[in-house]
Design a protein around this ligand. Structure first.
Ligand SMILES: C[S@@+](CC[C@H](N)C(=O)[O-])C[C@H]1O[C@@H](n2cnc3c(N)ncnc32)[C@H](O)[C@@H]1O
Length: 245
């Protein structure tokens, strides 16, 4: 995702740091302690501006969600998007945060919330490869990857988030029977991903080359990229794979 550097991006993220995870190593040892109650953990890789995790966490609230985004400014937008949707306030005109009760927190401060107001989503900045390596085996119930970079050049195959080495890492982090959900508009990347799943510890449970005209569409949460590509006439590919380790 390309984006101009945000003014005060770091301070904006600090304002909402009760919704973010700064130490993923510590989080990975005891995820439940970061939420208001114990629930199975789901992870989204490359959450962008957070539309998917906001929607999914409402649609399926019986899970805790960790959204990973490698670009800090993009993670700031995702966290703000979630906070606004949860009714936790909004950006104040001076650049701080105006909490729902009207109290304004200037840049540099941390907005105080009750833990039970924060809901079931936390955000973190970092590269998924490094962050997932912190998690013990069998930590998560599901991993979602939506519209990741296709890395189309042949020499970049190993960077694709569905390359076999990534799939092995997801299999380790996921519980047995845990699910990998993957969507992309990019057909060559999707065909590559189907082949990688074949070689991996996952079993393909479902796939479609036209999600919006499939039986899955009724529960599908459309992401920002999905809406954009679909509006341009691209069909959307989706696969669900079950961990068979
Ligand atoms: C093309 S955008 C899609 C955003 C969103 N998922 C959507 O569908 O609208 C891909 C996002 O994944 C992030 N990303 C790419 N590789 C990543 C990685 N290894 N770890 C974490 N985030 C990553 C990028 O910074 C970008 O925001």
């Amino acid at each position: 995702m390309r984006m101009k550097k945000k003014k005060h991006g770091q301070e904006r993220l600090k304002l909402l740091s009760m919704l973010t995870v700064q130490n993923v190593e510590a989080f990975a040892q005891n995820p439940n302690s970061y939420y208001d109650c114990e629930r199975p953990l789901r992870i989204e890789i490359g959450c962008g501006k957070g539309d998917f995790v906001c929607g999914k966490s409402k649609q399926e609230p019986d899970y805790n969600y960790l959204a990973i985004e490698k670009i800090a400014d993009v993670c700031t937008l995702a966290t703000e998007n979630y906070a606004i949707q949860r009714g936790l306030g909004d950006l104040a005109p001076n650049g701080g945060w105006k909490r729902a009760d009207g109290k304004v927190f200037p840049l540099g401060e941390v907005v105080e919330f009750e833990k039970n107001q924060l809901g079931n989503v936390r955000f973190t900045v970092g590269d998924a490869k490094e962050l997932l390596s912190c998690f013990p085996d069998n930590s998560a119930d599901a991993i979602f990857i939506n519209f990741c970079d296709p890395w189309s050049k042949k020499g970049h195959t190993k960077r694709r988030l569905t390359y076999i080495e990534f799939l092995k890492m997801y299999s380790r982090v996921l519980k047995p029977d845990g699910k990998l959900y993957f969507k992309t508009d990019n057909r060559p990347l999707f065909d590559f991903s189907l082949e990688e799943v074949e070689k991996s510890p996952f079993t393909l449970e479902f796939h479609t080359f036209d999600l919006h005209n499939s039986e899955m569409d009724s529960i599908n949460i459309r992401t920002e990229y999905e809406r954009n590509f679909s509006a341009k006439g691209f069909t959307i590919n989706m696969l669900i794979a079950k961990n068979n380790k």
